[in-house]
Design a binder for this molecule. Structure first.
Ligand SMILES: *Cc1c(COP(=O)(O)O)cnc(C)c1O
Length: 376
């Protein structure tokens, strides 16, 4: 049996360990330290965000985003239904209620028309949702121009979940920098990783300062320990930030490689009946964090789960798309607007391995397994 091929494993450049060693030799093992500042500064420089706060996870970043924008018990928060549960759980942490919005077929992200419909209705009935969380899936930006103009019109705060979209663009800008707040993730399978961690960005200094305070146990500025708010332990450690400094240096290379891998799959498999590769939106740069293929069982002969199991037999990891949130047992009873697009994507989609260290020989193995299936 060949060595296992993972979906999207960490890929170190070799430089990260040098930054970590430096942190060790300077004894900056403490939670805060120079690498943390450097990582945040570099992150701002790369994305064009004014302020950044490195957190223990992307999920913690979303939670801090909701807390600092004042989302409270009983408020409503609009969120994409086709996403990972971590986009939604923090809404429940603050006692608010999610409203799920379906995808549009072009980008697979939040459908701006459905968003506008809900906001129009809610504004007529006098109670607008407090915030909107658009998610940029698999490295493709949402239509941030339309989403921002709708949300600005109704005065609703936007918190972008850009956990999967570091390195992508929308009209030349970085997703995550359009809304009031953007969050990113450096979990092990993301395009760059610190083994675990996240980033919150905003152009609002007061807000980021507040998030920093909440993330470090909400200490008031006194010599003794004084607390006037509920605090959290959500800060990234200096050691993990040292990994991040090294990873950020090679992010652009990783994006290029991810895009090449996608093009390879498309070139090698795109002619098979029933397989569809979806183009990037014209105004965006897709990072192809994961390469997703849609599989129509009627034409291809196998569905996404059967293809997944077949790859698994060859020790190759692939994965079904996120199961829409409105279909999750934990989120039953919340309002959902539309749903058929995300359901179709979930029924047909399969995420193929996109590790940036994959060799052509490994890619060829994956391709030939799928091609052979078609012949059976
Ligand atoms: C990974 C991910 C998160 C959560 O990030 P963590 O760093 O794992 O907490 C949130 N939203 C989406 C869409 C993600 O893919």
């Amino acid at each position: 049996m060949s060595k296992r091929i993972y979906l999207s494993p960490p890929h170190m450049s070799g430089e990260e360990i040098k930054f970590v060693q430096q942190a060790f030799s300077d004894n900056w093992i403490a939670p805060v330290g120079p690498h943390l500042n450097q990582f945040e500064e570099q992150f701002c420089k790369y994305t064009g965000a004014k302020y950044a706060l490195a957190t223990s996870s992307g999920t913690a970043g979303i939670h801090l985003g909701l807390l600092t924008t004042g989302v409270k018990t009983g408020d409503e928060v609009i969120v994409s239904t086709l996403t990972f549960s971590a986009s939604v759980n923090p809404i429940l942490y603050v006692g608010a209620k999610p409203i799920f919005i379906d995808s549009e077929m072009e980008s697979w992200n939040m459908d701006p028309n459905l968003l506008e419909d809900v906001l129009k209705k809610r504004s007529k009935s006098g109670k607008l949702p407090k915030a909107v969380i658009p998610v940029h899936l698999y490295g493709q930006s949402s239509d941030m121009k339309t989403i921002m103009s709708i949300c600005d019109y109704y005065g609703v705060i936007v918190i972008e979940d850009a956990a999967e979209a570091l390195g992508s663009r929308f009209e030349g800008r970085h997703p995550g920098t359009f809304g009031k707040i953007g969050i990113f993730s450096f979990n092990g399978n993301k395009i760059i990783t610190t083994s675990g961690g996240g980033m919150l960005v905003s152009d609002d200094k007061t807000l980021v300062d507040h998030a920093r305070k909440l993330a470090t146990q909400a200490r008031e500025p006194f010599a003794h320990y004084e607390h006037a708010e509920v605090g959290y332990n959500y800060r990234m450690s200096n050691i993990l930030a040292a990994i991040g400094v090294g990873q950020l240096n090679i992010l652009e290379e990783r994006v290029q490689r991810k895009r090449e891998i996608y093009e390879y799959y498309k070139e090698q498999l795109g002619d098979l009946p029933g397989l569809t590769f979806v183009d990037e939106i014209p105004s965006g740069r897709h990072t192809r964090w994961l390469s997703v293929v849609l599989i129509d069982k009627n034409e291809f002969g196998y569905d996404n789960e059967q293809v997944r199991l077949n790859l698994e037999e060859h020790n190759i990891e692939s994965r079904l798309l996120w199961k829409p949130m409105h279909l999750q047992p934990i989120f039953q009873g919340y309002e959902t607007i539309g749903g058929s697009v995300s359901e179709l994507l979930f029924e047909q989609g399969l995420c193929l391995p996109t590790g940036t260290a994959l060799t052509t020989e490994q890619l060829d193995r994956i391709v030939s397994i799928i091609r052979n299936l078609h012949l059976i």
